[in-house]
Design a protein around this ligand. Structure first.
Ligand code: DP6
Length: 332
């Protein structure tokens, strides 16, 4: 939809940087799809070492929004999603001026690495600043959620919980512990750099078709509590138990939905098995997989070398990204 006329705001510009995040207890399915009110609360780790930088420039000289991703014009679907989010910002600011949005990420997009989380966190922060809106972090987090559920969590650094809530205002993220609370390391084995065929939004919409989803959602308060306690006491064994079970439960729902979603590839499963074997040898490591084939392997600093050697031994040509607890999204 073109958003011309009433150029009450001529030019406003801001740039923000956000990290993606890794869900330790995952959000899958929505109570309200239009508002992206998640079916269950979730907990994540903000991933320092990977980032998206987004510049928003409202300019009454434009006839419609323009989006570039890594210096390339965006696909129409991405363009439309960003315009939808900018419309929310414009509505709050009482403006109708189109924007030029340019976004750069240093990690693969749409491959299940929470690229939409970093993208919509940065877009929300930069868009609101460029529009002259003064929202607090909680409000920014709720607004980011409308763009992508997981983006609500990237407004904060370290360990973060997204409270499911009942409506727009009560569904927001809040910090559990700062980035320096626990030195976890995430080695991400890139099984594939390709864009996934079915994105998370379509997956969330299919979640309720799985007979397992109701049980997964009903058990979520227990997993959330386990995870909060594992984080606050820095208990890696306890974290392992809940993180792997939560990931497996989500993939069980995905695989039993209509249409069925199979994100796990043979190499994904091989990595999961090696992480379990490494743990049996006494190395603290665990796996978790979001909506894609790539595997996040968490460990403590003393286990990093063995974990890396295990992953490299399994698949010497595969790229491994490294992330650690990162900071909240910020304005440049
Ligand atoms: C598996 O936040 O990507 O990564 O709201 O449709 O953009 P949309 O979905 P998204 O879903 C995240 C799914 C997940 C789990 C999680 O991050 O909690």
């Amino acid at each position: 939809m073109p958003v011309v006329d009433s150029p009450r705001m001529s030019v406003g510009e801001a740039t923000a940087v956000a990290h993606p995040n890794l869900a330790l207890v995952k959000y899958w399915g929505n109570r309200d799809h239009a508002l992206r009110i998640p079916a269950n609360g979730s907990i994540s780790l903000t991933l320092g070492g990977l980032q998206t930088r987004t510049q928003v420039r409202f300019d009454s000289g434009l006839d419609r929004d323009q989006l570039t991703i890594n210096d390339q014009p965006a696909e129409p679907a991405a363009q439309e999603r960003v315009t939808g989010h900018l419309n929310l910002i414009r509505e709050l600011a009482g403006k109708r001026v189109p924007a030029l949005v340019s976004s750069q990420s240093d990690f693969p997009q749409e491959a299940g690495l929470a690229s939409s989380a970093a993208a919509f966190a940065a877009l929300t922060l930069a868009g609101c600043a460029a529009a002259g809106l003064k929202l607090d972090r909680r409000e920014l987090s709720s607004l980011a959620r409308r763009g992508s559920g997981s983006a609500a969590r990237s407004l904060y650094g370290g360990f973060v919980e997204l409270v499911a809530g009942e409506d727009h205002r009560s569904s927001f993220a809040q910090p559990l512990a700062p980035a320096d609370h626990w030195k976890l390391i995430d080695l991400i084995l890139l099984v594939s750099r390709e864009s996934k065929v079915t994105g998370s939004t379509a997956g969330h919409a299919a979640a309720d078709t799985s007979p397992l989803q109701a049980a997964r959602v009903a058990d979520a308060p227990r997993r959330l509590q386990e995870c909060r306690e594992a984080i606050s006491t820095k208990d890696f064994a306890r974290l392992t138990e809940v993180v792997e079970q939560d990931s497996d439960m989500m993939h069980a729902v995905m695989m039993t939905s209509t249409p069925a979603l199979h994100y796990l590839q043979p190499l994904t499963l091989a990595v999961m098995a090696s992480v379990r074997s490494l743990r049996a040898l006494g190395v603290a490591a665990c796996y978790t997989v979001d909506a894609g084939p790539n595997v996040h392997c968490l460990c403590l600093p003393e286990g990093e070398q063995s974990l890396r050697e295990t992953l490299e031994g399994l698949s010497p040509n595969q790229e491994i990204l490294r992330a650690m607890p990162g900071e909240a999204a910020w304005l440049v």
